[in-house]
Write a protein that binds this ligand. Sequence first.
Ligand code: GTP
Ligand code: MG
Length: 452
Amino acid sequence: DHTNADTLRTPIVAVLGHVDHGKTSLLDKIRGSAVSEGEAGAITQHIGATDIPLDTISGMAGELIDPTDFDLPGLLFIDTPGHHSFSTLRARGGALADIAVLVVDVNDGFQPQTEEAIDILRRTGTPFVVAANKVDTTPGWNPQDGEPIQKSLEAQSERAESMLNENLYEIIGQLSDAGFSADLYWRVQDFQKNIGVVPLSAITGEGVPDLLTVLMGLSQRFMKEEMAIDVFGAGEGTVLEVKDERGFGATIDTVVYDGVVRNGDQIVVGGQEEPIVTEIRALLQPRPLEEIRTEKKFEKVAEVGAAAGVKIAAPDLDRAMAGAPVRVVRDRPVEEVVEEVKAELAEIEVDTAEDGVVVKADTLGSLEAMANALREAEVPILRAEVGDIAPRDIAVAETANQDEHKAILGFNVDLLANAETELENADVKLFTDEVIYQLIEDYETYVEEKQR
Ligand code: GTP
Ligand code: MG
């Protein structure tokens, strides 16, 4: 219970990295569950938030952490898929995450999405550590389940250790090429100047205690001031996902990063046409250690303080957008809050042209990422929107001048049932995929073949 207004909130930790480098496995290990087993094609489809209380962290970190050294309540981890959707993690024009874990497969090193993640981290000035994952795949490795990495290294042959070191120095070199001075974390004196690299395995858990220790230490030392919030302030958050929930209708999975959100609060949410003004009917929270996306039996709560993942049920949320801001109105004129939300959304607008393709994406962040990728590929956009593919989109695509532009590119979205016949009867080509570069590649191949 909050006795004074200024309290430290949980730091928000984004887990980023290239496809298959082990982000979900790492969180699974930390969480002790196996969310990734239920994932389509083993790719994380959506973003989830997991709150790990300090007790659990210190339990896992064992001798490395003395919990009395910390007054932060724990860590709130956000998993992101290997494709571009992590750009959804925005807040008030900046980054939603206070700190990030960049997961890099020790054998693969830097890959395109690693570079992309680094770019976002640099742009947003987000402090990060590198998890050099999959050390257990080093030939001749002698696994030491759940042990700190130094203990594990003591148990390795000279040959295995030197092979691992070679890979680790490769990554340190790649970080340096990217403009970050980095070293193995135990050699880092000043984490503000140098990036710490933590060798670990998401499968055997060795090195995971070290990662948790570094994350807690970093948050405690460098971010304590930013974590001090007015716990009674009007809540602010970001929509991670819009989902229909039996008995509740459309709900928004939200990460609250400031203030408090209470049941019955009036809120303003970024919508597909206009900001949505509505009133909270229920706040549904996953219990600690459970994944917000898979939690079926939600617990109704009266209020949620930052930082936390919460599902908000309220009327009229079906036009809410993933990646959009959520603001509690409380004690302010509602118009003021609506203007705030509009201003934030205006930052994310996509440039459109007189002629071009129609783009649909699942979140604001992925729409923005699609627009960036299409700009690089020199494909003009006629219209770009968040949401599933509707009859209207097909009608718009048909109005394109050039034949090759009579196309819809859908990222992580479905074709609505009532749009199916429309599409059959229209001279419009539909491309859908869950990976942005794949989607654009498919479209480019189609255009090339058309031009032959
Ligand atoms: P996306 O969500 O698709 O971007 O992938 P991800 O980064 O979440 O990777 P995920 O955790 O799904 O792991 C990909 C594959 O690598 C799975 O088959 C994991 O079992 C395997 N893997 C992850 N971490 C390790 C590790 O430390 N050691 C070994 N041997 N395998 C690992
Ligand atoms: Mg994943």
